[in-house]
Write a protein that binds this ligand. Structure first.
Ligand code: NDP
Length: 263
């Protein structure tokens, strides 16, 4: 996509304070969109917006907890304050959290937390921003799911259930809005080099006694390309789904895992 293709478009990126969300916010801004960066930690979203503004991009930081319906309503109101009624043209539901434990050691609280942030947060934000997109007859919703939304593995039942929910939700909403000029797609990365993966390595190390380096080697041994995915690669896929030429891509799950699911 050429720089500037999204000029005039207004984008909201949840979980934009670090990791994949930060890379997505940067890519959208570089393509010309004005970007609202939302997450709970004000210092992180402020820092991202500061960097984008220094590069001459239009960006705003709006604190939001995507599991809280009132907070999501406040996000919509704050975005409309800047952009006018109708809110965003592009919504990237990226806010998320990961958790691993054997199913028999998964507490109800862990299960609920995964479903709340990954699945319910995606639902609440989509429901909040979709009406404006449908009214204008143009919109893009991109949900950051995971390969764990398409396959199972040991010890991630709560996380995988929440990401399968995101993919089911993506397909259903895509069908509902197909004739409204709006597309809804999911992007499904394998392990990405972000603070979330750093945290997972710390947890594996704590539980197994392996060093974090050994834990990383264990993960990389299962990836066909022997590497972590870069946040910018995920951002590239998101950006490609937001362009005019992607209007026929709807309800899809784009896998970015170097071929892991196939091998
Ligand atoms: P990070 O932990 O690095 O960043 C997560 C972001 O989400 C942060 O900005 C965090 O900010 C925000 N967030 C978390 N909870 C909430 C909440 N309740 N409300 C608003 N914002 C929230 O994660 P990644 O960048 O790695 O992951 C981003 C997305 O990609 C997630 O959905 C994740 O499941 C998915 N993914 C990640 C993979 C990986 O290997 N890293 C692989 C596949 C998918 P704050 O805590 O300040 O709110």
């Amino acid at each position: 996509m050429s720089t500037g293709e999204l000029t005039g478009r207004r984008a909201v990126v949840t979980g934009g304070g670090r990791g994949i969300g930060e890379a997505v916010a940067r890519a959208l801004a570089r393509a010309g969109a004005s970007v609202v960066v939302a997450a709970r930690t004000a210092a992180e979203i402020d820092a991202v917006v500061e960097k984008l503004s220094a590069l001459g991009h239009q960006a705003w930081a709006i604190p939001c907890d995507v599991v809280d319906p009132d907070s999501v309503d406040e996000l919509v109101a704050a975005a409309e304050e800047r952009w006018g009624e109708g809110g965003a043209d592009i919504l990237v539901n990226n806010a998320g959290a990961a958790w691993s434990s054997p199913v028999l050691r998964t507490e109800l609280e862990d299960w609920n937390r995964m479903l709340a942030v990954n699945a319910t947060g995606t639902f609440l934000c989509t429901r909040a921003f979709l009406p404006g997109m449908m009214e204008r007859g143009w919109g893009r919703v991109v949900n950051i799911a995971s390969v764990a939304g398409l396959s199972g593995a040991r010890y991630i039942s709560a996380y995988a259930a929440s990401k399968h929910a995101v993919i089911g939700f993506t397909r259903c909403v895509a069908a509902e809005v197909a004739d409204k000029g709006v597309t809804v797609n999911a992007v499904c990365p394998g392990y990405v080099d972000t603070p979330m993966t750093d945290e997972s390595l710390r947890r594996i190390s704590e539980k197994t006694g392996l060093s974090e380096k050994e834990a990383l080697e264990l993960i990389l041994a299962r990836t066909p390309q022997g590497r972590l995915i870069e946040p910018a690669e995920v951002a590239h896929a998101v950006l490609s789904l937001c362009g005019a030429a992607a209007r026929g891509i709807n309800g899809q799950s784009i896998v970015i895992d170097g071929g892991e699911l196939l091998c």
